[in-house]
Design a protein around this ligand. Structure first.
Ligand code: ARG
Length: 463
């Protein structure tokens, strides 16, 4: 006796339907319905190939094609009734197709398995996310370029250990993130190129005895070629892991910048003003303008890298080929992708809207003895001191200034000469922050001339 609740797709071998808990742990339709478009694209490509190779008749495939379009429009229009009993998107689509077109629907699954089907759908989905990430990164790079261009020669303190180190330019600081994001973009481009091979036609794991044309389905779906090993095709999720790894590194970069914006927008720094559009107020403290968007971007790395770790753990012990563990890939990647895109868009908006406080930056640039290295270099260049001795002399001058509660340029020539008799009036020129940054003309250095050259290079590349 066959229980009426056995699965319509494979119920033949079963006498009873699943326990409710089994259905709950097994079903993926709650989340994999996001793959509906990719699933139907994959089925259409597969069906067209079945007709072209004579495996299924043209008339059946035409009915399948039309039926699939109807299913897609039902899903996109919100009219589709997803069923947990039908487990996943693949069986939901096929069951509905059967309701619409009848018997020919049963021929669609010839020479195919859900194993190659899900691998194909998910690759298509992740590939789209690579494109979205690349576009989001490029938008943010443009926003940073605009900031860099506006303040290519504005001076600000450069930090190491978050202690004042040497003056740098605002443009230089913005362009540092452009470089980081460019590498992030490169990682998504590389991952996309590597994942762009089609698993479709690998079937359950071993390939098929039907005379399928995997090159045809691969090219219909925009893949460069079919994957060369059917076991590999259905059983690896390294493409998703590469996406998550690229996303993690990108989110880490966004998080660092977000942290700087949190610091810079504080009353103590006042380096930037964030717009009302990307901040929130406090219900009790009327003066507050909180950088919530930056804080949330800073936090996103947690869940994105978490997804990377989670999927790595899911995959690490699986024997070839497919195991149901792999169904756990989707929610992690969906969540990571959604949050990366959100973080990129929010950072883009914040950077576009943000106003740098040129005066505050310049004031801070000169404090904290930021030109001490320039003074030491001057002692080497002009007085011929060995650098170690110049470092020592400068250290004594810094201590003297600190004791007097002044900055280096405020010391008198006489005070300086009391530490080293050879010092002349000329030294004051190198103690200014503008001279300091202008002198750093080495390739990749902070001099406005260097920064402008980098801005021009990137503007050319991004248009
Ligand atoms: N929902 C499944 C997944 O996401 C589809 C593949 C099922 N394959 C199987 N042999 N049960 O992994």
């Amino acid at each position: 006796m066959t229980d009426t609740k056995t699965n319509a797709m494979w119920g033949g071998r079963f006498a009873a339907g699943p326990d409710a808990i089994m259905e709950a742990i097994n079903a993926s339709i709650g989340f994999d319905q996001r793959l509906a478009k990719q699933d139907i694209d994959g089925s259409r490509a597969h069906a067209a190939m079945l007709a072209a190779t004579g495996i299924v008749s043209d008339s059946d495939v035409e009915a399948i094609r039309k039926g699939l379009l109807t299913v897609l429009s039902e899903i996109e229009g919100g009219a589709f009734q997803f069923s947990t009993a039908l487990e996943d998107i693949h069986m939901n689509v096929e069951a509905r197709l059967k309701e619409i077109i009848g018997e020919p629907a049963g021929r669609l699954h010839t020479a195919r398995s859900r194993n190659d089907q899900v691998a194909t759908d998910f690759r298509l989905w992740v590939r789209d996310q690579c494109d979205a990430a690349i576009a989001g990164i490029e938008a943010l790079m443009r926003a940073l370029l605009a900031q860099a261009e506006a303040g290519a020669d504005w001076v600000m303190p450069g930090f190491t250990h978050l202690q004042t180190a040497q003056p740098v330019t605002w443009g230089h600081h913005m362009m540092a993130y452009v470089e980081m994001l460019a590498r992030d973009r490169g990682r998504f481009i590389d991952a996309r190129a590597r994942m762009n091979e089609s698993p479709l036609g690998a079937a359950a794991l071993a390939g098929t005895s039907f005379p399928i044309d995997r090159h045809m389905t691969a090219s219909a779906l925009g893949f460069d070629r079919p994957m060369a090993n059917s076991l590999d095709a259905v059983s690896d999720r390294d493409f998703a892991l590469e996406f998550l790894a690229a996303a993690s590194i990108c989110a880490m970069h966004l998080s660092r910048f977000a942290e700087e914006l949190v610091i810079w927008s504080s009353a103590q720094f006042r380096f930037v003003r964030l717009s009302d559009r990307f901040t929130t107020g406090s219900s009790i403290m009327p003066q507050k303008k909180n950088p919530d968007a930056a804080e949330l971007i800073r936090a996103k790395i947690g869940r994105i890298f978490g997804a990377n770790v989670a999927l790595m753990m899911v995959m690490k012990g699986l024997p070839l080929a497919y195991s149901k563990d792999m169904q756990e890939d989707k929610e992690q990647v969906f969540d990571a992708a959604d949050n990366l895109m959100l973080a990129l868009a929010a950072m883009d908006g914040m950077v576009r809207d943000m106003t740098a406080n040129r005066e505050a930056l310049e004031r801070a640039a000169g404090s904290g003895f930021s030109t001490a290295t320039d003074l030491a270099d001057w002692l080497v260049r002009i007085l011929g001191l060995p650098f170690r001795e110049a470092h020592h002399v400068t250290g004594s001058l810094v201590a003297m200034a600190e004791g007097a509660g002044v900055d280096l340029p405020d010391l008198t020539l006489a005070q300086m000469q009391s530490v080293h008799a050879g010092i002349t009036d000329d030294v004051f020129a190198v103690l200014g922050v503008h001279n300091s940054v202008a002198s750093r003309i080495s390739y990749g250095g902070t001099a406005p001339a260097q920064v402008r050259a980098q801005i021009a290079r990137w503007k050319e590349m991004l248009t």
